[in-house]
Design a protein around this ligand. Structure first.
Ligand SMILES: [Zn+2]
Length: 435
C-alpha cells in the first residue's frame, strides 16, 4: 500500500464536540470561530462513540458530512477532525473511512494480569523508573521500588498491548501519520496516579504508538453533563503532576512532542476549569477538552425555550426518559449519579412553563431550580429522541435559531472561555440572559 503521510498533528488547544443528531455542527464551530476572533486557536474535533452511534442508529459518515458542511459554511480554514470515540478492536472497522482521530479505549483490559515474562522484560527495559524519579517543574519526586514497578506493569501492560493491536489495525488501513491516536483509560472506577501514568506512557512508547493525547482517570467524579465531584483544591496539584509526567515521557521515550492530556466527560466541570487553565499556562502545555452530550441538552433547552410544540416535545422526552430510566442509565453507570428521589414526577413536569423546564435543566449550580438528577437523566435520554426520529428532528430544524444560540453560548461562554481564554465563566440566570 502506498499512502501519502499527512503528518497530522493535533494543535495545543482542542475541544471535542459531540453532536448526537448531527444538526449543531455549525453552531458548535461558531464557538471556535469566536475563540479565533479573540486570538486563541481552539481546534474542533467532532467525536461520537460507537455506543452513541448504536443508540441513535447513525453511521460515522454522518459526523464527517456534518463537520465538512459546517466548515464550508463558516469558511473555517484551521484544521478539524472527526474522532472515533472509545473504539476497540471489535468496533473500529466502520470508522476507518470517515475518521482521522481515534480514541482507543482499553479501560476494560486494565487489571488483566500480564505474564511474568512481560513484566520482567518491562522492568529490565526501564531502570530509569526505579528509585528516585524527579519530574521537571514540580517539587515532588517519587520513590519507586521494584515491587511497585512490577505490580503496576502487571496491571497495565495487557491494556497497553491491546491499544497497540488497535493502533496497528488503524495504521494498516490508513497509513501512519494520517490520523491522531488517543488512548483512553478513563471509564474505570480506579483513579490512576501520576506514577501509573508515567509507567503507562513508558509502555505505550515500547509498544510503538505515537500517541498524541491520553485520557487517564483523574481523581474525583467526572459525571456526564454536571460539575466535578471531588476535591477541587487537590485537583490542581494532581493535574500539574500529570502534565509534568507527560513532559518527562516525551523527553525520555521520544513520544510525540505535542502529546497532551485529554479530559473526558469534560463538559460542565466549571469548578475545575480555573485549575486547568492555570496549569496549561504554568507549563505551557496543551489540553484536549472532550465534551459530548452538553450540546444535546442545549437542543432540549432551546426547544423548551421556544415554547409550543418544542416545549411539549421536551416534556414528552422527559416523561419517556423517566419511564425508561433504568435501561437508559445502565450503560453509563460509572459516569452518572442520578438520585431517583430527586427526579420530578412527569405529571408535575407536564405543567411546567418554558422557564421552569429550562431552569431545572440549564446548568447553573447554586440556583434553587437547577436539578442535576433531572439533567443527568436527560443527558442519557437521547435514545428517547432518537426513537422519535423525524418528530424530533423536524422540531430541531424549525427552531434552529434559538437552539443554535444556546449551543454556541454554552460552548463559548462556559467552556472555551474559562478553559482556554482564562475568562471567568459567564453566569447565566434562569432566563438564559447573562447575569
Ligand atoms: Zn471518555
Amino acid at each position: 500500500m502506498n499512502v501519502e503521510n499527512k503528518h497530522l498533528k493535533l494543535a495545543k488547544y482542542s475541544i471535542g464536540i459531540g453532536d448526537r443528531f448531527a444538526h449543531q455542527a455549525k453552531a458548535q464551530l461558531q464557538a471556535c470561530v469566536q475563540a479565533l476572533q479573540n486570538g486563541v486557536q481552539v481546534i474542533p474535533v467532532w467525536n461520537k462513540s460507537n455506543r452513541e452511534h448504536t443508540i441513535i442508529g447513525s453511521e460515522p459518515l454522518s459526523v464527517r458530512r456534518a463537520a465538512d458542511a459546517a466548515v464550508q459554511a463558516l469558511h473555517w480554514e484551521e484544521p478539524y477532525f472527526c474522532d472515533a470515540d472509545h473504539i476497540t478492536l471489535q468496533t473500529v472497522d466502520r470508522f476507518l473511512d470517515s475518521c482521522d482521530f481515534y480514541t482507543i479505549d482499553v479501560a476494560d483490559s486494565i487489571g488483566t494480569p500480564a505474564t511474568a515474562a512481560d513484566m520482567e522484560s518491562f522492568v529490565r527495559r526501564h531502570p530509569e523508573l526505579l528509585g528516585r524519579v524527579q519530574l521537571e517543574g514540580v517539587d515532588e519526586h517519587f520513590e519507586v521500588t521494584r515491587e511497585h514497578l512490577t505490580r503496576t506493569a502487571e496491571k497495565f501492560l495487557v491494556a497497553v498491548k491491546k491499544a497497540g493491536e488497535v493502533y496497528r489495525k488503524i495504521e494498516n488501513a490508513k497509513g501512519a501519520g494520517n490520523f491522531i491516536p488517543e488512548i483512553s483509560m478513563d471509564e474505570t472506577d480506579r483513579t490512576q496516579s501520576t506514577m501509573e501514568l508515567l509507567i503507562i506512557l513508558a509502555a505505550i512508547a515500547d509498544e510503538g504508538i505515537p500517541v498524541q493525547t491520553i485520557a487517564p482517570k483523574f481523581s474525583g467524579r467526572f459525571n456526564k453533563g454536571v460539575d466535578y465531584v471531588g476535591d477541587v483544591a487537590q485537583f490542581e496539584p494532581e493535574l500539574a503532576l500529570d502534565v509534568a509526567a507527560i513532559t518527562y515521557a516525551v523527553r525520555q521515550y521520544g513520544l510525540p512532542e505535542n502529546l497532551k492530556l485529554s479530559v473526558h466527560s469534560g463538559s460542565d466541570k466549571f469548578s475545575i476549569y480555573p485549575a486547568i487553565h492555570a496549569t496549561i499556562k504554568r507549563f505551557n502545555a496543551g489540553v484536549h477538552l472532550k465534551t459530548a452530550g452538553t450540546t444535546w441538552l442545549e437542543e432540549l433547552i432551546g426547544l423548551a425555550e421556544a415554547g409550543g410544540d418544542g416545549l411539549a416535545r421536551a416534556k414528552e422526552i422527559y416523561s419517556e426518559a423517566f419511564a425508561g430510566r433504568d435501561e437508559l442509565c445502565r450503560p453509563y453507570a460509572t459516569v452518572i449519579d442520578v438520585e431517583p428521589a430527586k427526579l420530578p414526577p412527569p405529571d408535575e413536569v407536564r405543567g411546567w412553563s418554558s422557564e421552569q423546564y429550562t431552569s431545572a435543566l440549564r446548568h447553573v449550580s447554586g440556583t434553587a431550580a437547577y436539578n442535576s438528577s433531572f439533567r443527568q437523566l436527560l443527558h442519557v435520554g437521547f435514545k428517547v429522541a432518537a426513537r422519535m426520529g423525524r418528530r424530533y428532528l423536524d422540531l430541531l430544524e424549525l427552531n434552529e435559531a434559538v437552539i443554535a444560540k444556546n449551543v454556541t453560548e454554552n460552548l463559548y461562554d462556559r467552556h472555551i472561555g474559562p478553559v482556554f481564554l482564562g475568562r471567568a465563566g459567564t453566569v447565566r440566570n434562569s432566563t438564559g440572559r447573562n447575569a
